[in-house]
Ligand binder design. Structure first.
Ligand code: RNT
Ligand code: ZN
Length: 414
């Protein structure tokens, strides 16, 4: 028997069908964020990255044009198994030579090359308005600004993005998730915490008055705890965003770098699933703060995947990655994170959740814990390799060679 056949027998002892797990995982979409490829720079302005987020590192080979970024994404997709989506930010609009369009006036045609890429790769597109790195962000504020002109500008931007998202969905035949995240906040303890939130609420209401087809476009709202230079107050806090989403019937988005360090998103998933038909995730890895390190195959990533799977919610959770690491090869950063999220999902699909839950219900915590620990040394690698084989993706560490070749031939020649 080969390694996979042995593994299949081992998992079958716990009632787990490894072939079925592999098939299930193959159809779960994971969105890959375009912004890992160029350190969140985008193409529409020369502004430095702002909004309290930061990319650190100066590894060579950053993509600096739409052609380079798309070439790198194509290469990444060839090294990643499974169903993927491309996650585009509005600052990645592609303008014709000499064309100058404000973010409040962007149109579907400025994103046509992204649709072409999605078609070529046979995937769907997700979208994000970009409320940062722009001169109309005044005093670190956008939709919550006391200046009506600033708010109106960003409301128009949000509406434009909803129209572009609907275009993406229609062109690709795959629903588009549009994530709203604003950086608005204060470095100092504010004198008024209430008014900015009321203005944000009103701006969101206005933005969402843009008509859209709810079967094609899912609007999500992402909360945050703090940003760099915005340490004392965040307008779009967890309570604000959760309450707003629930009231409005839009989808809450949790980024696991956006909570106090001992809080875990894995625990929040079943809580939100109890009240929301859909929820959305930005999977990242914060090291001591919202540092946006590349997602590892670590305990919390596995726990997040377990919650999605054991809640039977693979079709209810929009899974996206969100990190930006410039200290290692940027293509490798994509591949490592995307593969790790799928590893975590596969590992969750290979876990006998019903048996473990039964121990819990019988208060047999000894068996629950003992089995949980034993499962950690099951022959998972053999099933993962089989998954890669079925998907036609490079096995094990083979992709590293391919990445190195691309790095030498393409990225380092830029
Ligand atoms: C910032 C948020 C947000 C951004 C992207 C680029 O802390 O996580 O999702 O990372 O929009
Ligand atoms: Zn995020």
């Amino acid at each position: 028997m080969n390694a996979y056949e042995l593994a299949r027998v081992e998992y079958a002892k716990y009632g787990i069908d490894t072939d079925a797990a592999i098939e299930r995982l193959r159809s779960v979409p994971v969105a890959m964020h375009c912004w890992q490829g160029d350190d969140v720079m985008g193409f529409d302005s020369k502004e430095a990255l702002s909004g309290g987020i930061q990319t650190t590192g100066n590894y060579p080979g950053r993509a600096t044009s739409p052609e380079e970024l798309m070439a790198d994404m194509r290469k990444a997709f060839s090294l990643i198994p499974g169903t993927k989506k491309i996650n585009v930010h509005a600052c990645y609009a592609i303008f014709a030579e000499g064309e100058a369009v404000g973010r409040d006036a962007i149109e579907p045609k400025h994103f046509a090359p992204w649709v072409e890429l999605a078609r070529e790769l046979g995937v769907g597109l997700d979208f994000n308005p970009t409320f940062f790195s722009h001169p109309m962000v005044k005093d670190n504020l956008t939709l919550s600004s006391p200046d009506k002109d600033v708010r109106d500008y960003w409301i128009r931007h949000g509406k434009a993005c909803i129209r572009i998202a609907e275009y993406f969905a229609k062109e690709t035949g795959v629903p588009c998730v549009v994530n709203v995240w604003i950086p608005d906040g204060y470095k100092e303890v504010p004198a008024d915490r209430y008014s900015p939130r009321l203005r944000f609420k009103e701006s969101l209401d206005e933005m969402l008055s843009e008509p859209y087809d709810k079967s094609l476009v899912y609007i999500t709202l992402e909360s945050k705890v703090f940003g760099i230079g915005l340490e004392s107050y965040t307008v779009g806090s967890a309570e604000f965003c959760l309450s707003y989403s629930t009231r409005k019937g839009i989808t809450p988005l949790m980024d696991n770098g956006h909570y106090h360090p001992t809080e875990v998103v894995s625990d929040k998933i079943p809580a939100l699933l109890a009240f929301n038909e859909k929820i959305a995730l930005h999977i990242t890895r914060g090291v001591r703060w919202d540092s946006d390190h590349v997602v590892a195959f670590d305990d919390e990533t596995k726990e997040i995947a377990k919650e999605i799977v054991r809640c039977g919610a693979l079709d209810r959770v929009f899974i996206a990655l969100d990190y930006f690491d410039a200290s290692i090869n940027r293509l490798a950063a994509w591949v490592i994170g995307m593969r790790n999220v799928q590893k975590a999902l596969l590992s969750a699909l290979l876990t006998p959740h019903a048996l473990l839950a039964d121990y819990q219900n019988k208060a047999d915590f000894t068996s629950m814990f003992a089995l949980t620990e034993e499962l950690k040394t099951m022959p998972f690698g053999a099933v993962w390799d089989r998954y890669l084989e079925v998907c036609g993706a490079p096995l094990g560490a083979e992709w590293i060679e391919e990445m190195r070749k691309y790095e030498a031939e393409v990225q380092l020649k830029r």
